[in-house]
Design a protein around this ligand. Sequence first.
Ligand code: C5P
Length: 257
Amino acid sequence: MPIPERMNPSFAFAPPAPDSLEEARKRLIVALDVPNAAAAMQLVNELENTCQWFKVGLELFVAGGPAVLEPLVKRGHSVFLDLKFHDIPNTVAGAVRSAAALGVRMMTLHAAGGPAMLAAAREALNGVENPPELLAVTVLTSMDAAQVSAVGVNRAPAGQVELLARMGRDAGMRGFVCSPQEVAKLRELTGPEGVLVIPGIRPAGAGVGDQKRVATPGDALRKGASYLVVGRPITQAPNPAEAAEAILREMAEALNG
Ligand code: C5P
């Protein structure tokens, strides 16, 4: 259970209103970047009274398959399947349908797959009741100018992000994954309808690890993030639930304005 404020040693003088804590909970996604289902379930057991959303990426999904998602969905959690689909339109449409049937609430695909692929992915969800959110990935945050140029793109990474985001938006996408550096620009492009999911989140004072473009939870929300993805600052904390609670409080304060 979340720790009641009065029992919490880090209780701040002006605690965020309980409804902003609930709102923060709806917007925090924990990345389950672990090698197998047992490690994932251990984290979920520790976090499930604190966190609503869990992200399953390539490592865990390839190890455990769709069976990894089942207990999460059954326990009422919201699952973000981060497999970054990129293939011919027909194949991606099929993958989107299969993922929707597993009960995931969000999934990713590469904007670089082009407008036809994005349109096929969207059409695959026509008629699906309560469809999951499709999120386009623009330029991977691991790609710097040299990497972008090596794949034949004659443009700075920021310009390529913008080009792909505009193309995605024009193909009817409203969801994007982007770094904290790009969130303000993408919010401008998508308007209030945009669903912007932001990794690279580090609470003040936390180690950045291999992330290059980071922001605190409060900063990312103030710049226009809809959801925050947090991995190691929670999953590698001595007490993951406490670490998640601290991030939720920081988010709630930002949501309070
Ligand atoms: O541990 P950390 O908080 O850095 O984890 C961030 C998560 O977000 C990881 O699962 C990582 O793969 C994912 N991610 C990212 N940058 C992107 C897209 C996804 O860090 N551009």
